[in-house]
Design a protein around this ligand. Structure first.
Ligand SMILES: [Zn+2]
Length: 340
């Protein structure tokens, strides 16, 4: 029976239930913050903690306050994962794949143990700004060997269950391409899913799939994340599905944050799902919330992991997506792509 490695051990595909395939229980995205500003008011904001008092400013300038870009609290992770579980949620994939991005293997284990939520840890690298100097020079073979070791030996005795890498811009940075080639090779050997953060502002993912294919990757295990911005390019997304890849709309719940990445409303995203379903692609669609900032959680005025079962699933049904299709998108598709 196909299964996936969760932080507490192997889980069969039938045991995953409602899955959020792209979230962050722990993360550090401060590499994307601009340098400390000179202006005194902006500088003070840069060093503030996120609180109800500065929420309006954080919504409008989410990268201008470093604290917003870090999730380090086990208490918050447990609270939010529990809220998800209380609404029938069962599994969360944590897409922080390396120490530089804030991955916390023992923290994931503790959140899973405290809540009963199955947690899948990722392995890999992220985009160039998050790479260490060592990452930027690591050869394909070295990164491949390092990642394979994580799958066999674990990290702090926790084993990953999927791979991840990404591109901050077009498919031209050598370190990012090497990282892509390495995770594609590891996928071919391990068989697990591989999540790709592609260039999100243009239709360039065929180039990514070409490279992955060259390296022996099974494209039916590829998840193309953050396709929300390209949701209106229905023909393009359809052409990616034709090659086997899964299309993920994973910014549900964050359309109110002032950044182009999150500007689509949940209703627009549900429309993208309906468009792809009408093309016969319902079995290659995934949804998630990519909760990666403090402002995205209820404590600070946001939606949290509970948003999908609580609000998005009912909204999908109101929009006319049938119960079978909603079940496919939230339960069957993630189980099929994650398990091997
Ligand atoms: Zn993410």
């Amino acid at each position: 029976m196909p299964s996936v490695m969760c932080v507490t051990g192997t889980v069969a595909d039938t045991g995953l239930g409602l899955v959020l395939p792209h979230e962050h229980l722990y993360v550090d995205l401060s590499c994307y913050c601009p340098p400390e500003p000179q202006d005194s008011a902006a500088k003070a904001f840069y060093h503030e903690k996120v609180s109800p008092a500065n929420r309006g400013q954080v919504v409008n300038n989410p990268w201008g306050i470093v604290d917003n870009t870090k999730l380090t609290s086990q208490e918050t992770g447990v609270q939010e994962a529990s809220a998800f579980a209380a609404l029938g949620g069962r599994t969360i994939a944590d897409l922080s794949p390396c120490p530089a991005m804030g991955r916390n293997p023992s923290g994931l284990l503790r959140v899973s143990a405290a809540t009963g939520v199955k947690v899948i840890m990722s392995a890999g690298r992220y985009t160039l700004p998050s790479m260490t100097d060592e990452d930027k020079t690591l050869g394909i073979e070295n990164l491949e060997a390092l990642l394979l070791r994580e799958f066999t030996d674990g990290v702090d005795r926790v084993r990953p269950g999927l791979l991840k890498t990404g591109f901050v811009s077009k498919i031209d940075d050598e370190a990012e391409v090497r990282s892509l080639r390495a995770v594609a090779r590891v996928q071919g050997k391990v068989g697990c899913a591989v999540a790709i953060h592609p260039y999100i502002w243009g239709p360039l993912s065929h180039q990514i799939l070409d490279i992955m294919e060259e390296e022996g990757c099974d494209l039916r295990k590829v998840i193309l994340c953050h396709q929300d911005f390209l949701g209106k390019s229905g023909d393009y997304l359809d052409s990616l599905v034709r090659r086997g890849a899964y299309i993920e709309f994973d910014t549900f719940g964050s359309g109110w944050i002032n950044d182009p990445m999150w500007q689509q409303t949940d209703q627009e995203k549900i429309g993208f799902l309906a468009d792809q379903a009408a093309r016969g692609n319902a079995d290659h669609l995934l949804i998630s919330g990519d909760m990666c900032m403090k402002i995205m959680f209820p404590r600070w005025g946001g939606a949290g992991y509970a948003h999908i079962p609580k609000n998005v699933v009912p909204a999908m049904k109101v929009a006319g997506l049938g119960g079978d299709m909603v079940h496919a998108i939230t339960v069957e598709n993630p189980a099929r792509v994650l398990c091997h």
